[in-house]
Ligand binder design. Sequence first.
Ligand SMILES: Cc1ncc(COP(=O)(O)O)c(C=O)c1O
Length: 451
Amino acid sequence: MENRFNRRDFVGAASMAGAGLALGFPNISFASGSDTLKPAILGGAKAHPEIFPAWPVIGQPEEKALNEVLKSKKWCRLGSAKVDSFEEEYKKLTGAKHCLATSSGTNALYTLLGALDIGPGDEVIIPVYTFIATYNVIALNYALPIFVDTDIESFQIDANKIEAAITRQTKLIMPVHIGGSPANLDKILEISAKTKIPMIEDACQAHLAEWRGKKVGTLGLAGAFSFQASKNLNSGEGGAILTNDEKFAQACYSFHNQGQGGRSISYTSGSIGTRGTNVRLSEFQGNLLLAQMTRVTEQTNIRTANANYLTKMLNEIPGITPAKLYEGTTRSAYHLYMFRYDSSHFAGLSREKFLNALTREGIPCSEGYGMMNKESYVTGLAKNKHYLNIYGEKTMNQWLERNHCPQNDKLTSEQSVWFFQNMLLGPRSDMDQIVQAILKIQKYAAEIKKG
Ligand SMILES: Cc1ncc(COP(=O)(O)O)c(C=O)c1O
């Protein structure tokens, strides 16, 4: 370890406030005679007084890209070239054979399900720990979303529980690479091969993440990405599909363009599916993405370096456990930095109060996703008139029963904490200050708890 951190050194230093000691971890120091050892919530100075890097990062390339499209007066991808160029570049960046840009990540997933003709009576397996869009695209097709519980150590779908969720109705397995870290793809690919049920990766948070040296989104039948404003590659809204399957790529193109045929196949040939919509990306977004792509590799490298450094330090703090990366992970995108908080090492300080204290230190944080399977908009599906018509009351009640996810309940109700990708884009000292903030809160946890 580059900087050996010893928690006892901190405690020792803390009790000698004012001595201006460099701690056992030399990058974490406290100014002499100051109140920097006290948590901000108890009147001390903030561990992180500056603001974290703003997102997105923009400059001349982005201005030029948008102006260029504006002046060209060609704002739609049809008959124009910028979205085509973006698709070419994203293919090169990811190693996929085919790329199709869409108007959002949700619509990338919707297009994938449309091209697969997922519909009433079909079941699709998803993690319970995900953004609502993963669920919505299934419900929009009147198919049944089947939740699989979370591996509490990784925050990812528990791949060992997927097989038990498969029935004769299962048409698709759709893992999500939550936080930009890959799900256990070895296991999921093995199940997909064994059962011949296709796998589609929801890689909406996982730009440039890798599994055994291959970019995620390219390992199953297809992958979906989001370029929504918060994402590591961003055009405000936007999305993309990657696939190595030529025929499937044509079906996706057709679906996203009103079912009018693939790039080179007209719908009059009847060789492509019978449904479609318009979820095309605009030329503005295509060209903006090309400009943002000149930054994405370097930004990803900075996040990786900072996240690795932070993980080493947080691993030394009792009660803080960074999310595990599976052995096949050769790169996480770190769209989120996720860890578990154990209040028993913080004098029983609730997670809510811990998050509040961290925020006061100048460290933005969140408890992250909750129990999606228990949200009323999800359980309400069992009472939806169309679902009752298609599946009947008994099946819908059984569906509610099938959706129990006890590990996810535990993770989301007590333990999960997130930091955001932009917090990993600054200098290393930002990471030191995050650690400093947590240590201060730990030391004064009993006092904070009373407040
Ligand atoms: C896991 C996941 N799936 C799907 C989506 C949907 O993407 P979009 O917001 O671009 O529609 C998101 C976006 O937040 C996501 O995080």
